[in-house]
Ligand binder design. Structure first.
Ligand code: GTQ
Length: 352
């Protein structure tokens, strides 16, 4: 059935005295804004398909290292501002904040905690590490590191040369909730032990025996080393027909659910020359090339991307990916807001 709804009344067609009487009492008629707030059929995202090239970001980030000492920055980050949202709102998509952070040898980004949750994906450099609630988490290229909501975290650099990583936070969401704030802390004492990815959660399918009786806190694992993720993708590729997605989700090893309640993380492998249409869904997403050269088409806009580039995809946008190399695999990291959408009951996956 095709419903035909009439055009709705506008503000202009209302008498001026009536509009003024409303405005003076902090009242606004709904109907002139009805369609903007509840568009028919599908959302109308402000977020635009967009690409940030690491080759362009890197020199500007390194220059920030010369211009702004860490004490003057606290976090030395260049934020990827989606052009559909303007430069001030710090949106990469409607819900996802993304930036790239630089730390130089000997520097410390001091301890703090905040209501937005964060994830890091290491882009380059050796010797960086993050401490989360006393756990020392080495930062090697491609590693994923969580700093969940309200967990103390600080970043250090004990090596040489710049260390750069991608930050993704659910910040726009917390800002919309008027719930975003941070607390400063003192330097944490980091335990010398290896992190849980090398000890309690060394292997998928095995958890500490004691977990069966009483589960540990909500964030038992905070670091996923890239070498493990890459090897898992390659093994999965051997058992996946070409054209079907080689796609792994990062999950909480105790619950099997997404790592964070708001944002989801996953890694994709494209075999040489492979093309893939991702199932279209209601989530917004950000793609980061970990390795390789890809062609992406987001809601009809094409991008050529390579190592460390970032692409924003609005909610509901169809995404196609292709590996531009006929010889080498390509690896992508995806951040999406599907976990939040699932929790509030609005996540949808659409047919081709
Ligand atoms: O490293 O704690 O990109 O607090 C933005 C806010 C990174 C961080 C960001 C932050 C951090």
């Amino acid at each position: 059935m095709n419903l035909v709804t009439p055009a709705l009344g506008t503000l202009e067609e209302l008498p001026a005295d009536y509009r003024e009487a409303m405005a003076a009492r902090n009242l606004v008629p709904l109907w002139p804004s009805m369609r903007a707030f509840l568009p028919h059929g599908a959302p109308r995202p402000q977020t635009r398909p967009a690409l940030w090239r690491y080759a362009e970001v890197r020199p500007l980030l390194l220059r920030a290292g010369e211009l702004t000492p860490i004490e003057k920055a606290e976090r030395r980050v260049l934020v990827f501002a989606n052009p559909g949202h303007g430069l001030d709102g710090l949106h990469c998509t409607g819900t996802i904040y993304v930036g790239m952070q630089l730390i130089l040898p000997g520097e410390t980004a001091p301890s703090h905690r905040h209501t937005p949750a964060a994830v890091r994906l290491v882009v380059e450099g050796e010797g960086g590490f993050t401490v989360v609630n006393g756990e020392r988490l080495p930062m090697r290229r491609g590693d994923l590191i969580l700093t969940p909501a309200l967990q103390w975290h600080e970043h250090h650099h004990a090596g040489t040369g710049p260390v750069v990583w991608l930050d993704a936070l659910d910040l726009p969401l917390l800002v919309a909730m008027e719930a975003s704030y941070a607390v400063e802390g003192t330097r944490q004492t980091a335990r010398a032990a290896p992190d849980a990815s090398a000890t309690r959660y060394r292997r998928a399918g095995l958890v500490p025996f004691a977990s069966l009786g009483a589960r540990p806190g909500p964030y038992p694992l905070l670091r996923w080393p890239w070498e493990e993720v890459r090897a898992a993708l390659e093994a999965l590729a051997d058992d996946t027909p070409r054209g079907a997605a080689v796609h792994l989700a990062y999950v909480n090893p105790e619950t099997g659910e997404e790592c964070l309640p708001t944002l989801g993380f996953s890694a994709l492998m494209l075999r040489p020359g492979e093309e893939l249409a991702l199932p279209r869904d209601s989530a917004s997403a950000v793609f980061h090339v970990v390795e390789g050269r890809i062609q992406a088409e987001v809601a009809g806009t094409g991008f050529d991307a390579e190592d460390a580039d970032v692409i924003a995809a609005p909610a509901h946008a169809p995404v196609r990916l292709a590996n531009r190399s006929a010889a080498e695999p390509a690896f992508l990291f995806r951040i999406d807001d599907a976990p939040l959408q699932r929790r509030i009951g609005i996540y949808e996956r659409f047919g081709a």
